[in-house]
Design a protein around this ligand. Structure first.
Ligand code: ATP
Ligand code: MG
Length: 432
């Protein structure tokens, strides 16, 4: 890790030092107490927490006074010597010879009993807490594993633009933004741009934000979320599901391998059982939902409640395939054997989490795509360039979008999706 001039060691590195070694560390006051004139500071940096003992004799009277007056979250630099102490949870302490306060922190606002709204209003400070740091470290590992899987499997990263001219996922969730003397929208998905890129690179992906004006306030929707998307030339629906299954398994394995201890501190026991992910049809899923008392008509998309009921039937993520055509966007390829359903698949995560991936086979024929655009009452002129992809060397292809925050929420069992992202955006939250 990069180390800048102020410190000789990160806190995690102190473990390997022997009794008496002299070090200089820097961090923030995590806890503080005093007993018989001795000040005990639990100091944290990005790597861990260590107990610092500040007492007269080892340090000056002024050092003890500075330690005593440092508030929670004050930044301090401590010089001292390592003391092996079997009673301390980390096995070591630091006996301070010098304490310097770099940044005061009078009355840090985040308290153990702070309410949810207060914490959200103070998100810029809340992200320093153990719980948020743990959640964000899992996010880091999910993003890293996702990117790694794509690189290892030869996918080429291609980003879509953020400003776009037309909807991918339906007009209801479009964010409109002024664009000089025209209207633009924030992208809901980079799918169409990735579809254009398969003709150059065959297998492509991106990891970037998508924006959706989700009016319903749920525990699994953000208005800005990170979207890992992929498109694969020559892939059919089954090939797409194989890719998703391999990716999800890789993410789950790497997160456990690299950050299992963090999941544990979040109170989460996470393990993805062995075995292939089950693949069931919409019709079969509908039966499960109905049997469990969720009332839906054939043709409707599954809502939170139905997905919850279905996913609770399985201890692995489950693919639900072949949704009714009318429940899905126009670009999904109708099943040639049964044109009222499309060759799509949503992956529902277990434990009631519901959809974390949505994807399917795309229509490759120009005529069929045009007729679906007209059928949905969309303007073909908005999709001219997308139609070109079917005019020049069209190929069968499939793709999917994985919600990074939904995946994190599943792996961590966080109660709300907003804790899977540092600065969440929801219909009511634009600050900080
Ligand atoms: P839902 O029905 O749950 O709103 P969707 O069908 O609109 O999802 P897709 O368009 O298939 O979702 O998007 C692909 C993936 O992106 C989803 O499986 C989900 O993981 C994620 N996703 C979609 N919308 C959101 C959102 N508003 N907030 C967070 N993640 C989202
Ligand atoms: Mg949606």
């Amino acid at each position: 890790m990069w180390k800048f001039g102020v410190k000789t060691h990160f806190i995690a590195e102190l473990q390997s030092l022997s009794e008496g070694e002299r070090v200089k560390i820097a961090g923030w006051v995590y806890r503080k107490s005093e007993l018989g004139g001795i000040v005990f500071i639990r100091l944290r940096d990005s790597t861990g927490v260590v107990q610092v003992v500040v007492k007269e004799g080892e340090a000056s009277k002024e050092d003890v006074e500075r330690a005593r007056s440092a508030g929670i979250e004050a930044s301090i630099v401590v010089e001292g010597r390592v003391k092996r102490d079997p009673r301390s949870p980390t096995g070591i302490e630091l006996v301070a010879s010098r304490v310097t306060v770099v940044g005061e922190s009078p009355d840090f606002p985040i308290k153990p009993d702070s309410g949810e709204e207060f914490l959200l209003d103070n998100r810029h400070l809340h992200i320093r807490t153990t719980r948020m740091r743990n959640a964000l470290m899992i996010r880091r590992e999910v993003l890293r594993a996702t990117e790694e899987w794509f690189i290892k499997n030869g996918f080429v990263r291609v980003e879509g633009p953020t400003f776009v001219g037309a909807a991918v996922e339906g007009g209801a969730t479009l964010f409109e933004v002024p664009y000089f003397n025209r209207k633009a929208y924030l992208t809901q998905s980079s799918q169409f741009y990735l579809e254009a890129a398969i003709f150059s690179f065959e297998n492509v992906y991106t990891i970037q934000p998508s924006f959706r004006a989700e009016k319903s306030r749920t525990r699994r929707h953000l208005t800005e979320f990170w979207h890992a998307e992929a498109e694969m030339a020559w892939a059919d629906l089954n090939g797409m599901m194989d890719v998703v299954e391999s990716l999800i398994r890789y993410i789950a394995e790497k997160v456990v391998e690299r950050a299992g201890h963090i999941l544990e501190s979040l109170g989460r026991r996470f393990e993805l059982p062995e075995g292939r992910f089950p693949r069931i049809t919409y019709d079969e899923a509908l039966e499960i939902a109905k049997r469990k008392g969720v009332l839906i008509e054939w043709g409707e998309d599954f809502g939170t409640e139905a997905e919850r009921a279905i996913s609770l039937e399985f201890d692995l993520p489950v693919f639900v395939t072949r949704y009714p055509k009318k429940a899905k966007a126009f670009y999904h390829k109708p099943d040639p054997e049964r044109p009222d359903v499309v060759l799509c698949a949503d992956l529902l995560a277990p434990e009631g989490i519901g959809e974390i991936v949505g994807g399917g086979q795309r229509i490759e024929s120009l005529e069929e795509l045009l007729s679906r655009i007209n059928e949905e009452g969309l303007n073909p002129r908005d999709y001219e360039w997308y139609l070109d992809l079917r005019r020049y060397g069209s190929v069968p292809h499939s793709g999917f979008g994985l919600g990074i925050e939904r995946t994190i929420r599943w792996i961590t069992a966080l109660p709300h999706i907003r804790d899977a992202i540092p600065f969440p955006r929801t219909p009511t939250r634009l600050y900080p």
